[in-house]
Write a protein that binds this ligand. Structure first.
Ligand code: ADP
Length: 261
């Protein structure tokens, strides 16, 4: 009868509504758990460099630094290294809080993407050397000017390069390409690292998501870099794509409109 059909429909509808609510509550719960984990992990990690620098400074105070230049140098190196780590960690907290308050706002100014990338590569040259990475940078075209946020865009390039290094094997090989076509700048970072399995490729841009690599690769991270990258690109009206094959490598490609007027 029509009443029965209606009743059945109502039941189905209520069931579906409950299911949707239940699912979103569970997702919310999971996100809260991830955030709490993040906060407790990062707090723990922040304590270590602070403690190390304190010990190094204490030691420097204790002995006559002038009489022992070698040890002085050693302690200064340690402190410097730990400070770098500290600033990286603080950077992560900032990224995280930026998401929380949704204040990722970009400020556009004229920028030459080619020179920006060249500058970044120069600043990373020591790190590349240390990891024995082979890095190439090729360009096609001659106008790499756009209106974009220099700080956030620089962070995007850093993040992609950092991942390419992190998720590579012993001697990373990274190819960066920049092209321009019809008002769009395209740049890509390609590595020959461990790759991302198909089933996870759609998830790597999610906040806190990390591919479960098992014992294969022991790299630390919080799964925040790529969600930040995607956020910045989106704010620029651009797009990011990835193609990847496990054990072959990964390429991230970013499309950016010039946004000239
Ligand atoms: P994090 O590197 O801190 O874990 P990201 O958001 O930058 O966070 O990356 C999310 C995940 O995507 C990483 O944990 C890693 O599993 C995967 N990933 C990112 N870049 C690469 C890459 N170049 N090669 C292989 N896997 C990658």
């Amino acid at each position: 009868t029509p009443q029965m059909i209606f009743g059945l429909f109502l039941l189905l509808f209520t069931g579906l509504t409950f299911w949707v609510i239940f699912r979103s509550l569970r997702q919310q719960q999971q996100l809260t758990r991830l955030k709490n984990d993040f906060i407790s992990n990062i707090t723990h990690e922040l304590k270590t460099p602070i403690a190390t620098v304190s010990v190094a400074l204490e030691a420097l105070k204790d002995f006559n630094a002038l009489n022992n230049p070698q040890r002085t140098r050693e302690y200064i190196d340690i402190s410097q290294h730990e400070m770098q780590r500290l600033s990286m960690l603080v950077d992560r907290v900032l990224k995280m809080s930026m998401f929380e308050s949704q204040t990722l706002q970009i400020q556009r100014e004229p920028l030459n993407l080619k020179s920006a990338i060249q500058k970044i590569l120069e600043s990373l040259s020591l790190q590349f050397e240390k990891q024995r990475a082979k890095v190439s940078f090729t360009t096609e075209g001659n106008d790499f000017q756009l209106n974009a946020d220099p700080i956030h865009l620089t962070n995007v390039v850093y993040n992609l390069l950092d991942n390419a290094l992190k998720y590579s094997k012993e001697e990373p090989k990274i190819d960066i390409a920049l092209t321009e076509h019809n008002g769009t700048l395209t740049f890509s970072v390609k590595d020959q690292g461990i790759g991302i399995p198909k089933e996870y490729q759609g998830k790597v841009f999610d906040q806190f998501f990390r591919v479960p690599h098992g014992d294969k690769h022991n790299v630390k991270g919080y799964g925040l870099g790529l969600s930040y990258v995607a956020g910045v690109i989106q704010q620029h009206g651009g797009q990011i794509m990835l193609d990847s094959e496990p054990d072959k490598g990964t390429r991230f490609t970013v499309f950016l409109p010039r946004y000239n007027n």
